[in-house]
Structures are given as structure tokens and as C-alpha cells.
Write a protein that binds this ligand. Structure first.
Ligand code: ATP
Length: 460
């Protein structure tokens, strides 16, 4: 884990929030490469859930909502964790995680083993409270949403009316959520500000259990498509005593992180709890009119709820490898750090290199290829350092393809006549470059004219 955290900082994936002021516990910033990785992940989820399916529509709700939403949903009364204080080291711990926590004074021991004086557990609401408007009184209280789901429940009727969707159908949303976690830890795994990707899938009464199974399969194959193999995901059937009170069945999809097997996503059959609560509290009907049976009823809901940040972390953990390889230039053995991201997720899809930066004809062609690829995908251009070194730097951030303009590119082509003044290059159909594959480190020649289509097919 330490190596991954260090790589994230060194190469600009993830930084500590407010770092120059000593940081803020539980908050993280995504740097230039991290934001690309995260965006690719969210785009792929969005595409899988909304674009290629007829039965799910997209949605983007506000973070601040009427406080009544949180009363109706039960969050105000029950969205809490049991908190234990240590009077000796002043540490604060979640009662259900105390055995895996460490004492502030004796880090090798847990708070129960260290002999410190512990308080009885008390409930601690995880929602961040805030005030809407200028006056900070009781009537102005609301919360930063602790999950994205509620907006999709309270807008259920509007979405049905405008889309005319028939059950079963879903609403999908990606957005920020906030929880004042007692003990943020394990890098971004448990944060106080994070993003969720949630689907509320509304189904006919009685069909919840079968949809729960379908969603389990759907989500497992989705993780496979982003490079997290099924074998690395543990499916936990959450026992009744550990489920949220409204849940009629929950699967947790857990990943083998270096710090233990931990939850990536929860898939819950929530029954009609949410719609029922909001219907009762708002006094507005949220029933669905079934044209086939000419009856009205409350839909049941199956909810796959995934964490963006946890999935990004799982992708980094899964992709990270240290390998002994031969340097491609000198032939000497060395260790390379490589991120084996699948191309659709990789932050940079290809890097373009002129073999030598002081050869204007190589540089001109490399710049031209780079500029032509740029509108199609995220590409990088690198001209300093030896070529082997440049490959290594791209391996370390998971760039799947390297494109090198070398002397063979120039052989017998119109490109050979390129002037140092930057006159437009007319490349012939047969001009080729070296295409280097990150994982196998194999190199082959490819016609420059074929490059965009080749790369687009690989990343799509
Ligand atoms: P945990 O038991 O780990 O606290 P949870 O069961 O409370 O998680 P859910 O309420 O089911 O989590 O939220 C759905 C998803 O949102 C989780 O599977 C996780 O990926 C993400 N998530 C929840 N809390 C956090 C957090 N503090 N930091 C990062 N991601 C989170």
C-alpha cells in the first residue's frame, strides 16, 4: 500500500487535500492523471448503465436537499455509527471496528489491548450538518447528502411522467456524497467526501429477489470489463442482522485490497421502503400506475451502489506490478514498475516519441502524429531522455501504447524531405512507426495511416 500511495503522489494520481496546510483528514485531491483515470471509470459506468441500455435513464440531483427528505428517509434518526472515546489517548474509534484500530499511544496494540480507559459506545450521526441562508437557527438546518440515492426516490414521479418508462426501469446517478466518518483510513478507501455511482432500479412487487440476482451478475461482469477479475471479488451475502433495517437482501462485492478484503459496492433489495416513506411524509403519491393490470402500487427497488474512489483504488491496486525486465535499449536487467490498466480505463492511451529530439525530421512527424491523435483520445508527447527511460515512465502510469518515430519511419518516404522550418508533412500510406505494447513490451511496425483506427478499436 505504501508503494501505491507513493506512486500516486509522485506521478500525480492522488494528493492529500490542503497538503501545504497539513492536510484535512478524509479528503483527497485527484491530480492530472488521477482525474483522467476517475473520469474514464465514471464514463464507462455511465455508458454501461445508461447509453447501451434502454431501461435506465440518467439523473443529476442536488447535494443540498430539503431537510424533510432526511427525516423521511430515516437518515436523521438512524444514520449513525457507534463511537467510543479513549480517555487515555483521546482517540475516537468506531465500536464495530475497534479491534482493527490502533491505539494512539501504542500503535502496535488495539484500543482494547492497550489498557486505555474506554467510554461506553454512543451514537454519532455521520451526516454533515449545515445551514441554508443567513440565519443559523433550527429552521435553516440541512445536511450534505450522505448518499446520492434519495434525490432519485423523491423525483421518481417526475421521471416516470417525462420518460413514460414502464417497470422494470432504473435511474442512474454519479455524484458526491459526504459522511463524517469517525475514522477515515486506508488512503482514499474511507473518506469523508467521496463519489458514488448508484442505480435505483424499480421493479414490480414480488420481483425484487430475482432482480437482485440479475444485478449481481451484471455488476460482476462490469468489474471484469474494467480489469478487476471475478476471482478477486468476494461476494458476501450480508446476514440479516448486519443488513440495513429496510433491506430484504444485500450482497456486498468486496475486493482483496492490500489492507484486507473490503467493500467496493453494495447491492440491496430495498423493498418499497423509500417510496413509501417519501409518499407518507410528503403527502404526494409516488405509486406507479400499471396499464396492463390497471392497478396502482408502490414499486420495489434494487440498488447497486458503488464507490468511485474505492473502485479507483482497487484499479490501482490491481494494476500495480514490479517486474524484472531487460531495458529495451541497453539490454540490462532492471525492475520496472508498471500499471497494467485495461486500455479503456488507462489515463493516457498512447504516448508519442521522436526517437531523438535533435532530429527535426523525426520531431516534425512525431508532433504531427500527436496532434492528429489528440482530438481522438488522451495522448502524451515525450521527447526528453533515452527512449528506454521514456517507455519506463509511461509504464509507471499505465499507458498501454508507445508510438516511436524512428529512422525506419524516414526510409524511402516523402517524410524524409521534411524541412526543419516545419513545412507540412505529407506522409505516404506506407510510412510506419514502432508500436510498443506496455504489457508484453513487444514492438511491431504499424502504418501511421492505420494508427488512429487501431488505437480507437483497442480503447473502445
Ligand atoms: P462501509 O460499511 O464501508 O462504511 P457502507 O456499507 O456504509 O460502507 P454504502 O452506504 O452501502 O456503504 O455506500 C455504497 C458505496 O459507497 C460503498 O460500497 C462504497 O463504495 C462507497 N462508500 C461508502 N462510504 C464511503 C466512504 N466513507 N469513503 C469512500 N467510499 C464510500
Amino acid at each position: 500500500m505504501d508503494k501505491i500511495v507513493a506512486l500516486c503522489k509522485r506521478r500525480g494520481f492522488i494528493f492529500q487535500s490542503s497538503e501545504i496546510y497539513g492536510g484535512l483528514n478524509g479528503a483527497w485531491d485527484y491530480g492530472p492523471l488521477g482525474v483522467e483515470l476517475k473520469r474514464n471509470l465514471k464514463d464507462y459506468w455511465w455508458r454501461s448503465m445508461t447509453q447501451v441500455r434502454d431501461d435506465i435513464v440518467g439523473f443529476d440531483g442536488s447535494i443540498l436537499m430539503n431537510r424533510a427528505v432526511w427525516k423521511a428517509s430515516g437518515h436523521e434518526a438512524t444514520f449513525s455509527d457507534p463511537l467510543i472515546d479513549c480517555k487515555t489517548c483521546k482517540g475516537r474509534f468506531r465500536a464495530d471496528q475497534i479491534d482493527s484500530s490502533t491505539c494512539g499511544l501504542k500503535p502496535s496494540k488495539s484500543p482494547r489491548e492497550c489498557g486505555g480507559e474506554l467510554t461506553e459506545p454512543k451514537t454519532f450521526n455521520l451526516m454533515f450538518k449545515t445551514y441554508v441562508g443567513a440565519i443559523e437557527d433550527e429552521s435553516a438546518i440541512t445536511y450534505l447528502r450522505p448518499e446520492t440515492a434519495q434525490a432519485m426516490f423523491v423525483q421518481f414521479k417526475n421521471v416516470v411522467d417525462v420518460t413514460q418508462k414502464k417497470l422494470p426501469f432504473g435511474i442512474a446517478q454519479i455524484g458526491k456524497a459526504f459522511r463524517n466518518e469517525i475514522n477515515p483510513r486506508n488512503f482514499t478507501f474511507r473518506s469523508r467526501e467521496f463519489e458514488q455511482m448508484e442505480v435505483e432500479f424499480f421493479v414490480k412487487p414480488g420481483t425484487g429477489p430475482e432482480w437482485l440476482e440479475k444485478w449481481l451478475e451484471e455488476r460482476l461482469s462490469w468489474y471484469e470489463a474494467i480489469g478487476i477479475p471475478r476471482a478477486k471479488i468476494h461476494v458476501l451475502t450480508v446476514p440479516e442482522k448486519d443488513r440495513a433495517f429496510y433491506s430484504q437482501g444485500t450482497y456486498d462485492l468486496e475486493y482483496e485490497f492490500p489492507f484486507g478484503i473490503q467493500e467496493l459496492e453494495g447491492i440491496a433489495h430495498r423493498g418499497n421502503y423509500d417510496l413509501k416513506q417519501h409518499q407518507e411524509h410528503s403527502g404526494k403519491p409516488l405509486e406507479y400506475f400499471d396499464e396492463e393490470s390497471k392497478t396502482k402500487y408502490l414499486a420495489e427497488v434494487v440498488e447497486p451502489s458503488a464507490g468511485v474512489d474505492r473502485t479507483v483504488l482497487a484499479l490501482l491496486c490491481e494494476a500495480y506490478a514490479e517486474e524484472t525486465v531487460k531495458d529495451e535499449e541497453s539490454g540490462k536487467e532492471e525492475t520496472r514498475v508498471v500499471l497494467h490498466f485495461v486500455p479503456r480505463i488507462a489515463p493516457i492511451k498512447a504516448a508519442v516519441f521522436p526517437l531523438l529530439k535533435n532530429k527535426p525530421e523525426l520531431v516534425a512527424i512525431a508532433r504531427d502524429i500527436y496532434k492528429k491523435l489528440q482530438p481522438l483520445m488522451k495522448v502524451a508527447y515525450a521527447d526528453s531522455a533515452a527512449i528506454g527511460r521514456r517507455y519506463r515512465r509511461m509504464d509507471e502510469v499505465g499507458t498501454p501504447y508507445g508510438v516511436t518515430v524512428d529512422f525506419e519511419t524516414l526510409e524511402g518516404t516523402k517524410a524524409a524531405s521534411v524541412s526543419a522550418t516545419g513545412a507540412p508533412i505529407e506522409l505516404g500510406q506506407k510510412d510506419t512507426v514502432t508500436l510498443r505494447h506496455r504489457d508484453s513490451m513487444k514492438q511491431e511496425r504499424i502504418a501511421i495511416a492505420d494508427l488512429p483506427a487501431y488505437l480507437l478499436a483497442k480503447i473502445s
